[in-house]
Design a protein around this ligand. Structure first.
Ligand code: ATP
Length: 218
């Protein structure tokens, strides 16, 4: 049964950390495409540095020609806050009840999983892949760690046997890059080159995003 894999984030802007991770996960699942899902208004964050349309455009530029990466802009098309439970419910409706639906999150995001809207429902809608982020640990006494212990599977293939309900930890190489660091660099006149695809940096400069000095494209 084909798997449907989503990887959500603010992508403000998308960087090589996100892109490498998505590709690694897709390959480890057996060359399954991964859909990047930019969120509109992150429920746990304030304003973003670029508009939704700009972030979406940077994502498009970033994944050009990569067959394993896709973009799903459904959260940007929805009014108001993006809640993962709503997105998964919508996807589940589209995919039907049998297709394995997989959500990828970093340990940093999963550590606060029990504060997500309807978090206890999420595991009934999808599998979760928790990607280990160095320096970010789960509180062993917390609800996310308990859920992981209850639902854990050990092999990517284990996610194919059911539509939802399992949690798999993955430990792909993690590039030490953050969108915050990129915005800071650009805002202080330094270059984010080699942290983001060249085409993304070009576009950021072209549009003068994140305080970059606008340059003309020739
Ligand atoms: P910010 O610095 O603005 O918080 P970020 O770089 O952490 O942004 P987000 O868009 O907030 O990126 O994160 C979306 C998802 O990407 C999260 O699940 C997060 O764990 C993951 N992520 C963030 N940075 C990396 C990285 N360097 N490598 C792989 N995944 C990452």
């Amino acid at each position: 049964m084909a798997m449907h894999v989503i990887y959500g984030g603010t992508f403000d802007p998308v960087h090589h950390g996100h892109l490498r991770l998505a590709l690694e996960v897709g390959e480890r699942l057996g060359k399954v495409p991964v859909s990047l899902v930019p969120c509109h208004i992150p429920p746990h964050r304030g304003d973003t540095g670029a508009t939704a349309a700009q972030r979406l455009h940077l994502l498009k530029v970033a994944i050009t020609d990569e067959p394993l990466l896709r973009i799903d802009d459904r959260e940007l098309r929805r009014e108001g806050a993006s809640y993962t439970a709503d997105t998964l419910r919508q996807l589940r409706k589209e995919l039907g009840s049998d297709v394995p639906l997989v959500m990828v999150v970093g340990t940093d995001a999963f550590a606060g999983f029990d504060s997500w809207k309807e978090w206890e429902q999420i595991i009934h809608l999808a599998h979760i892949i928790v990607v280990r982020r160095p320096g970010s640990e789960l509180d062993p006494a917390g609800q996310p760690a308990r859920l992981l212990a209850e639902r854990r599977v050990w092999h990517p293939g284990d996610l194919e046997g059911s539509a939802s309900g399992c949690i798999l930890e993955m430990d792909p190489p993690w590039l030490d890059i953050s969108a915050t660091g990129i915005r800071e660099r650009i805002g202080t006149g330094r270059s984010p080159r080699y942290l983001v695809p060249d085409a993304v940096w070009e576009e950021i400069q072209c549009k003068g995003l994140y305080g970059a000095c606008p340059v003309k494209k020739f």
